[in-house]
Design a binder for this molecule. Structure first.
Ligand code: X6L
Ligand code: MG
Ligand code: MG
Length: 167
């Protein structure tokens, strides 16, 4: 199971996320197998920035983790992402959350994503498309979410599914 998180808080946020999904799914070696709804979420880390839209997708791919990272960064680059402020606003953010059961900790890539297990903006979309997966210390997204008291900063924005996807 390979899971990717998407986020945007600049410009047409929904269009940005759908464009990123489209670009990923057009890659020869990637097939899109599921897509979560979009959620409007309060910013975490740097809080004085616009609200995000967040979502997640499930893909199948023959790309290695590093090759997949290259593709994600390339799509961000194609979409004109500029990295200035750390944790600051961005038109698109594409993160590898889970790559099967691999654990990778190095300078360029951390999988499972280090902030995954305590962030409702990641766990709520994941619960929709990967409810049974053990993402961190043997716990499912739902189990991790039950330990987060305040989930009010993640609100359903638009229901989406593979069938409804306008690609
Ligand atoms: C203390 C120190 C507490 C750092 C939290 C948490 C930093 C998350 C960065 C943190 C800390 C992050 C998104 C976001 C970001 C997003 C929403 C990050 C990276 N990305 N907020 N903040 N959605 N809602 O996609 O996740 S910056
Ligand atoms: Mg991120
Ligand atoms: Mg990122």
């Amino acid at each position: 199971m390979i899971l990717i998180g998407l986020g945007s808080n600049i410009g047409d946020r929904k269009k940005n996320i759908l464009t990123a999904i489209q670009k990923l799914s057009q890659h020869q070696k990637i097939s899109l197998t599921n897509i979560s709804s979009l959620y409007e979420t309060k910013p975490v880390g740097v809080t004085n920035q616009p609200d995000f839209l967040n979502g997640a997708i499930h893909i199948d791919t023959t790309l290695s983790p590093l090759e997949l990272l290259e593709v994600c960064l390339d799509v961000e680059c194609q979409m004109g992402r500029v990295r200035d402020q750390r944790w600051g606003p961005r038109n698109i953010d594409i993160d590898i959350l889970v790559y099967h059961d691999l654990m990778i900790q190095d300078e360029v890539l951390n999988v499972p994503h280090p902030r995954l297990c305590e962030r409702a903006f990641v766990l709520i979309p994941l619960q929709e498309i990967a409810g049974e997966i053990k993402v961190d210390r043997g716990l499912t997204p739902g189990e991790l979410l039950s330990r987060i008291c305040d989930k009010s900063d993640v609100v359903l924005y638009e229901q989406l599914s593979l069938e409804l996807l306008p690609l």
